[in-house]
Ligand binder design. Structure first.
Ligand code: ZN
Ligand code: FE
Length: 255
């Protein structure tokens, strides 16, 4: 079943996504940091917004929510977990929930770490996952509210998705992520090649989203805590996966 995805940048480095289930014509938007950016994207595509899906409470993902609901009458779906500020959703969701969006199934993943309320939207029929600020290309979100252990469990959930899954993350952080990834995984030739390709894409003004989960398995250090070379590089050959993840995350904070 076909899903069309329209990516649009907003603010300094955010990405929003409009989704259209082609069989039913249903349209959703993932996150709304800026109402105007979403309204412009709707104008460009000629699509009419049915639903707004919120990943987490941070203002760069939610500031445009109320205006967008007012202007389009869209139905707002957001995380049913406590976040940093109270938001009024029309429907709340939790990990394990399943929604129907046209002919698509939408599986809700709770992926705390960046925030405690974070949810991701996985559409198995379209092989797509919208990861908010949990998983980025070659990176993961900074831990503002959750513990490294929680984020590690969130990585485990995402790592279980099929390799062909397309990953749509909330920010264009890819070049900086690649530089950090090379600092902990310098001999990874797939990573070296990807870093060079990303530099070319950014020089040409192209977005580096979406990315395939397979590419993340091969190059994203935050999913590679089991990798022998990375463990050796960190001197953590015998540590638990969670401890290796925590060390990589803390190095990124100091990078
Ligand atoms: Zn955020
Ligand atoms: Fe963000």
């Amino acid at each position: 079943m076909t899903l069309s995805v329209h990516l649009f940048p907003y603010l300094a480095d955010n990405y929003g996504y409009l989704l259209r289930d082609e069989a039913s014509g249903k349209v959703a938007c993932v996150d709304a940091g800026e109402a105007d950016a979403v309204l412009n994207a709707l104008k460009q595509t000629g699509w009419q917004l049915d639903e707004l899906w919120i990943t987490h409470w941070h203002p760069d993902h939610t500031d445009g929510m109320d205006e967008l609901r007012q202007q389009t009458g869209c139905h707002v779906i957001g995380p049913g977990y406590k976040g940093g500020r109270a938001l009024s959703f029309d429907k709340t969701v939790q990990g394990g929930d399943q929604l129907t969006f046209g002919t698509q199934e939408v599986h809700i993943l709770h992926t705390p770490g960046h925030t405690l309320d974070m949810v991701n939207f996985y559409l198995p029929r379209a092989a797509a996952v919208f990861t908010g600020d949990t998983l980025f290309a070659m990176g993961c979100g900074r831990l503002f509210e959750g513990t490294p252990e929680q984020m590690y469990q969130s990585m485990e959930q995402l790592r279980a998705l099929p390799p062909e899954t397309e990953v749509y993350g909330g920010h264009e952080y890819t070049q900086a992520n690649a530089r950090f990834a090379l600092s902990v995984d310098p001999e990874n030739s797939a990573l070296q090649a990807r870093a060079a390709q990303v530099d070319k894409m950014r020089a040409a003004g192209l977005p580096t989203m979406p990315t395939a989960m397979q590419a993340e398995f091969e190059t994203n250090p935050f999913l590679r805590y089991g990798d022998a070379r990375i463990r050796a590089h960190l001197g953590l050959e015998n540590a638990s996966d969670a401890a290796v993840f925590a060390e990589i995350r803390s190095r990124k904070d100091r990078f």
